[in-house]
Design a protein around this ligand. Structure first.
Ligand SMILES: Nc1ncnc2c1ncn2[C@@H]1O[C@H](COP(=O)(O)OP(=O)(O)OP(=O)(O)O)[C@@H](O)[C@H]1O
Ligand SMILES: O=P(O)(O)OC[C@H]1O[C@H](OP(=O)(O)OP(=O)(O)O)[C@H](O)[C@@H]1O
Ligand SMILES: [Mg+2]
Length: 285
């Protein structure tokens, strides 16, 4: 351990805050328990967490005041920060899309000259420039979906997750996704790797693996073992141990979360009994 603390920015509010803190907790780090705390030191890991607005995180990290940060890919791209994405974190997924009132036949090809409301002017301008489209950007802080009804814009470009907010505003998406976003870990561009960065990445990676796998345990008669382990052979092969009941074995195996219940059905048909599926918190393969 070095004396210098690794300084990490974490979203303090909004769509990413809770999931970011949960992921860090699952990775073994301490997190604040009082949402009014601005910082927290995890002495065991030599890390200091700073709770900041997700939009500001790229600015602090890019300027080198903080070593690493968790923010959205769209927010990093919207900023002019000298920071790079080093890991995607598997939550906070969204798309940045154009939308306009339903049934007006809007297309990207007729965006020229339109007023486009957005909270992501940097991200949008880069895209418009690349397409050679000249439009007027109307920069808003949020609730962009209301901008057309209120007369300040013809089109919006905004974050879409389920699409509920757009539908409620009577809008429909058009054009391809401008940016596919999710929560990411960022670091300053250039310079040496901050001490402790690789350790953090390994820990976060262990949570990603844990999110994608489940632990499966079952009992099986010796004669059916080959059939069941053929269905689920695990990462390094199944762990097989003796049961107290004569002729029966206990099997433990990691299985992908996707399809785990269908696999359970097939194992049961192949003779497995007492099948258990258990969540993992962290998993270093
Ligand atoms: N409904 C959503 N579902 C998934 N991700 C979202 C959603 N809304 C926003 N995000 C993502 O979360 C990140 C931060 O958005 P957030 O809404 O927390 O910030 P903000 O709009 O600046 O703040 P606030 O909405 O609290 O004023 C962005 O990367 C964005 O893509
Ligand atoms: O597609 P949906 O699942 O409906 O989610 C998308 C909405 O979520 C975000 O709004 P937020 O609550 O962050 O408010 P904001 O617009 O003020 O940022 C985003 O800006 C959209 O409005
Ligand atoms: Mg928002």
């Amino acid at each position: 351990m070095t004396d210098r603390l690794l300084k990490i920015a974490v979203p303090n509010k909004g769509a990413l805050a809770e999931a970011a803190a949960d992921m860090l907790r699952s990775a073994g780090y301490r997190q604040r328990t009082d949402p009014k705390d601005l910082t927290l030191i995890d002495v065991d890991h030599n890390v200091e967490f700073y709770y900041l607005r997700p939009r500001d995180i790229a600015v602090y990290v890019g300027a080198g005041h903080l070593d690493l940060g968790i923010t959205g890919r769209d927010m990093l791209l919207d900023s002019e920060a000298q920071a790079d994405e080093i890991m995607s974190l598997g939550f906070g997924g969204s798309h940045f899309r154009f939308a306009a009132p339903q049934g007006q036949g809007n297309t990207v090809s007729n965006l020229s000259g339109k007023r486009i409301a957005t909270s992501y002017p940097g991200l949008l301008q880069v895209w418009l420039d690349a397409q050679g489209i000249e439009a007027t950007l109307v920069k808003l802080d949020g609730a962009v979906e209301s901008a057309i009804r209120l007369g300040v814009a013809d089109v919006v470009a905004d974050v879409v997750d389920t699409g509920t907010t757009l539908r409620r505003a009577g809008l429909e998406m058009f054009g391809d996704s401008i940016c596919s976003s999710e929560a990411i870990l960022i670091r300053r561009r250039g310079g040496d790797d901050p001490a402790g960065m690789d350790g953090l990445r390994t820990r976060l990676g262990s949570v990603l693996v844990a999110n994608n796998y489940l632990m499966m345990d079952y009992n099986v008669a010796e004669g059916d073992l080959a059939a069941t382990t053929a269905l689920a052979s695990g990462v390094n092969g199944p762990t097989v141990s003796q049961l107290a009941k004569n002729g029966w074995l206990a099997v433990r195996v990691l299985v992908p979360r996707k399809g785990a219940h269908l696999l359970m059905d097939r194992l049961f048909e192949a003779g497995a009994r007492g099948i258990l599926l258990t969540e993992l918190t962290a998993c270093l393969l």
